[in-house]
Design a protein around this ligand. Structure first.
Ligand code: FAD
Length: 376
């Protein structure tokens, strides 16, 4: 039994838990961070690091927009290794139907104050000369950016520790108890509040959570510094990423500060093993080369997979658990947890401290989903 009682114990130091820890410490709470493996080593290490405003729903827009603003405000403060790059996104329209979608998206964004620019076929080709000819155009969102997520998680943990947080690294939480957590080594850590920010492992700690794994593949190339200028995403991505059951691939590519290109992405449900799935990888790369034929000549260095933590309505769970009085959730961020980590931290801590929030917290409250009784 630890002699210290913490205000808050954060379980999991991915980007979400780390951001929550930094925010808790910033407002003066005493914090313990418990991480079973390494900081930012889960989905955070597997993710792409695209900080992107999305418009799948008003609630998704509100959280991504708020979070993007927080990232951009933090820009100068972020250490070099976080590789914050304000490269912007271009949503690629392959044909007239997708151009209509680009125009719809532009209206949605500009009605809500997000700067965008419609590119016709020629200006798209000028912006990204390696794209294949014959594309209809695109939508540029200059406020989007790219970061290197594991280093951002480390930076947030460092910030929390500079304000007095304790880090329990290599320690796994076995159970949330009536007055804190019990580690798998038998140690009890007492706390007023426990935050389950264990990503795709969160249902292991809190049975009954409707959070499922959604597998993704990524490939990183050697260094080709002039090949790409923006994060490019096909507008067809919206069709495939929205399915909550079928496997899908979509063209999504990112220029890294190192000159490398990070190529995505795939989505698979009901797959637990982390092996690279060769047919899925082949489909994903085929899609990418349809847009950027020159990719065929480039060398890839590494391929990996990761698991997104998906909820049924594709919004994260941020706030108190329905039954366990001391337990808060900060999980279920699916493919947007790098972006939404900062907004999540603000919304979580506002609820803990009973402070007003900048955006409504209602769409993200765990109470919106029926929870089965926990047997832990
Ligand atoms: C292929 C792919 C591409 C993606 N691209 C993007 C993108 O471009 N932009 C974007 O915004 N998001 C993206 N995402 C999503 C993003 O990566 C995740 O939403 C985000 O990393 C989730 O962070 P997390 O902190 O919730 O979870 P994780 O990073 O998985 O962290 C959870 C941590 O909890 C620890 N843990 C688990 N159980 C315990 C326990 N019992 N005790 C102690 N510690 C425990 C784990 O070791 C882990 O470190 C992508 C994801 C994937 C898979």
């Amino acid at each position: 039994m630890s002699s210290k009682t913490y205000d808050v114990i954060i379980v999991g130091a991915g980007i979400v838990g780390s951001a929550c820890a930094a925010e808790c410490a910033r407002v003066g709470l005493s914090v313990a961070i418990v991480e079973a493996e390494i900081i930012g080593g889960g989905a955070t290490a597997a993710g792409m690091g695209h900080v992107v405003v999305m418009d799948d729903s008003e609630a998704q827009f509100a959280l991504t927009r708020y979070s993007q603003q927080l990232w951009n405000e933090m820009g100068d403060e972020l250490p070099r290794e976080v590789e914050h790059d304000a490269c912007g996104t271009i949503w690629i329209a392959a044909d007239d139907d997708e151009m209509a979608e680009a125009l719809r998206k532009r209206k949605f964004y500009s009605d809500r104050g997000v700067q965008t620019e419609i590119l016709d076929a020629q200006s798209l080709a000028e912006a990204e000369p390696n794209l294949r000819p014959g594309l209809a155009g695109g939508l540029r969102v200059p406020g989007d950016s790219v970061i290197y997520p594991p280093c951002a998680a480390q930076f947030f943990v460092d910030q929390a520790m500079a304000k007095g947080a304790d880090l329990f690294l290599g320690k796994s939480v076995g159970a949330v108890t009536a007055d804190g957590v019990r580690l798998r080594d038998g140690t009890s850590l007492p706390a007023g509040i426990i935050v389950n920010s264990a990503g795709s492992w969160s249902p292991v700690l809190t049975p009954g959570l409707d959070v499922k794994k959604r597998k993704g593949h990524l490939v990183i190339t050697d260094r080709y510094p002039k090949f790409l200028r923006h994060q490019l995403v096909e507008l067809g991505y919206l069709k495939s990423a929205h399915s909550v059951s079928a496997d899908s691939v979509a063209f999504n590519i990112q220029p890294r500060r190192t000159g490398q290109l990070l190529i995505g992405s795939s989505r698979q449900y009901g797959v637990d093993d982390s092996q690279v799935d060769m047919p899925m990888l082949a489909r994903m790369l085929e899609r990418a080369t349809e847009y950027l034929p020159g990719l065929r000549k480039l060398s890839s260095l590494r391929t990996w997979t990761g698991f997104r933590a998906a909820t049924p309505d594709k919004l994260p769970l941020i706030g108190p658990h329905l039954e366990h009085k001391r337990l808060y959730l900060a999980t279920g961020h699916e493919g947007l947890g790098i972006t939404t980590s900062l907004g999540t931290a603000k919304l979580l801590v506002a609820q803990i401290m009973n402070h007003a929030t900048t955006i409504s917290v209602a769409p993200y409250l765990p109470s919106r989903l029926a929870q089965e009784p926990a047997h832990a």
